[in-house]
Design a binder for this molecule. Structure first.
Ligand SMILES: C=C1C[C@]23C[C@@]1(O)CC[C@H]2[C@@]12CC[C@H](O)[C@@](C)(C(=O)O1)[C@H]2[C@@H]3C(=O)O
Ligand SMILES: O=C(O)CCC(=O)C(=O)O
Ligand SMILES: [Fe+2]
Length: 364
């Protein structure tokens, strides 16, 4: 595992970024080593990369091709997938409470019935679209389950499927998101991607005017007048248990360290990045921390495309730490809640809000 101590260069709201070796877990390693390393990464960062993950390259490549094809269509056609409410096609608006980002996206329920319905509005070849998406979802769900079983092992839980069973349940509420960020070239070519002025978002990109000739690679550049940086996806934590992210080779993702520094994560199209979500923080009584992250536009002629599988339990599943979780805190930080209760709060709040605070026990 490569873990360099982050150099404290970029505090939230200040100007610089930190150097960081992303904790990397090789899933072909001995199980006891991998499980110990995963637990450590979840405790220290709430974030890590997995290699030798077992997701076939072909499954990833086919999913990427479908997504590239979808975003290459004119806006009127993409809009047929329905406004993101929350599922469907969205452009710039995120959620229902006024958050905006410089991206377009699709958000899909990750179950075969919903995927086959939605595919009819998303592709000229719906059966291929739903087959490809289902294959991708099954492969990343298996990866998420493998990781959760390793976590249970690393935490010395008797029941190794105590966490994975929540997301392998047939009623799981997991979803799949594909984000597409426009290319960004700073004015006068003096863009410093370490800059962190959270300037007003520029709304110059209009996907309806985009001329995509070769997949996502050729798009007319919309000059970023008067701005040195653009927020692609504002800072937040993911509400679910675990997020499995894969992106193309365009950078932009940053994670926030415990001491408030923004750390750029170099993209790696062959591997997956894993984020601890709010629900996992609650399930481990705060032993793991859900990691704050964001996407900031980086000087690039190419658009960034990322796919996130958000692993969530059924709506009626209780999120509460099992008694065997031992950390330095003896009482429960959070009162028990169902995933359905939590989702309601999530959707009533803004992207950057700390939703778990609403479930804190009063004594805390
Ligand atoms: C502003 C919002 C969008 C979001 C729901 C929320 O009210 C707050 C959390 C957001 C988030 C972040 C992680 C995932 O991308 C997402 C699908 C999720 O579960 O929570 C989004 C929600 C969304 O875009 O619908
Ligand atoms: O697009 C990315 O790389 C990350 C997006 C993200 O964090 C999200 O959709 O929740
Ligand atoms: Fe996220």
């Amino acid at each position: 595992m490569v873990v360099a101590t982050p150099t404290p260069l970029l505090r939230r709201g200040t100007k610089k970024t930190a150097a960081f070796g992303v904790p990397t877990i090789d899933l072909s390693e001995d199980k006891s080593i991998a499980s110990e390393m995963i637990v450590k990464a979840c405790e220290d960062y709430g974030f890590f990369k997995v290699v030798n993950h077992g997701v076939p390259k072909k499954v990833i490549a086919r999913m990427e091709r479908e997504a590239v094809d979808f975003f290459s269509h004119p806006i009127a056609q993409k809009g047929r997938a329905g406004p993101a409410a929350p599922f469907g096609y969205g452009c710039k608006n995120i959620g229902f409470n006024g958050d905006k980002g410089d991206l377009e996206y699709i958000l899909l329920e990750a179950n075969p019935v919903s995927l086959s319905q939605r595919a009819k509005t998303m592709s000229n070849d719906p059966s291929t679209f739903s087959a490809v998406t289902n294959d991708y979802v099954s492969a990343v769900r298996k990866l998420a389950c493998d990781i959760l079983e390793l976590v249970a092992d690393g935490l010395w839980m008797e029941n190794k499927s105590i966490f994975s069973k929540l997301i392998s349940n047939s009623q799981n509420d997991s979803c799949l998101r594909v984000n597409h960020y426009p290319p960004f070239i700073a004015p006068n070519n003096n863009f410093n991607h370490n800059d962190n002025d959270d300037e007003e978002l520029n709304n110059h990109w209009d996907p309806s005017s985009e001329l995509v000739e070769e997949g996502l690679h050729i798009s007319p550049l919309i000059p970023a007048v008067g701005s040195k940086s653009r927020v692609g996806f504002g800072e937040h934590t993911d509400p679910q248990i675990l997020t499995i992210l894969r992106s193309n080779d365009v950078s932009g993702l940053q994670i926030c360290s415990h001491d408030g520094f923004w750390i750029p994560v170099p993209p790696d199209p062959n591997e997956f990045f894993v984020f601890v979500g709010d629900s996992f923080q609650a399930l481990t009584n705060g032993r793991f921390t859900s990691v704050r992250h964001r996407v900031v536009a980086i000087n690039s002629w190419k658009s960034r495309m990322s796919m996130m599988y958000f692993a969530a339990p059924p709506l009626d599943a209780w999120i509460t730490a099992p008694p065997q979780i031992n950390n330095s805190i003896s009482s429960n930080i959070y009162r028990p809640f169902t995933w359905g209760n939590f989702k309601q709060i999530v959707y009533s709040l803004r992207l950057a809000d700390s939703r778990l605070d609403y479930f804190k026990n009063h004594a805390q």
